[in-house]
Design a protein around this ligand. Sequence first.
Ligand code: FES
Length: 245
Amino acid sequence: MTQAPEVIFDEDIVAKAENLIARYPQSRSALLPMLHLVQSVQGYVSQEGISFCATQLGLSDAEVSAVATFYTMYKRRPCGEHLVSVCTNTLCAAMGGDAIYKKLQTHLGSEEKPLGHNETAGEPNTPGSITLEHAECLAACDLAPVIQVNYEYFDNQTEDKAVALVDALQAGKKPQPTRGAPLTDFKGAELQLAGFFPDDPVQYRADIDGPSQAVETLRGAQVAQERGWTAPVMDDVPLPEVEKK
Ligand code: FES
């Protein structure tokens, strides 16, 4: 007797896809959250995930692939329980981000075989596994060098702090990010990015009540307020006419 093929995207995911599609006037507009949704199931956007999105949205596989391969947040290989992104853009790099990334490459891999960009230490989708990536500016330059775990911020990092962070993740701990929601895991973060939040009201409040701003970020605004500085008023200038295509 042949076994029925395993259902990857079950009734719950189909219902969530329909929920997403209903949020937009045109179904194809739901593609970005749909890709996060399939990533929350498998930990990456697989070929099955692409076909699922295409079928639900009335698009071709090629149209979905074109989007999935454009954005770095959509992973084409299975990710670990956690995604660790080290900012190696200019400011973070100069403040130690490059050194942190190199340190984690050898710490999570070895001196002989450092872990590469988007490679995973441990078996993807198993507890304690970590996918490492170097990232472009993570929009927290005033707190450089920064690392994100599942897109939550760990500010003002050093090599030692970064090693302690990944050691804790591998040991099954979930250190509190400097700002933002408490850590879940990569798949959990993807479900939230798709637009689905915890049903448990306590967990929901914990996610949205976490500190969202840093003292460093507000310092400029505070100095301006103390000194009575304001931005110059700009006249409203109408946009130039653009030739219709
Ligand atoms: S350069 Fe790293 S957050 Fe901007």
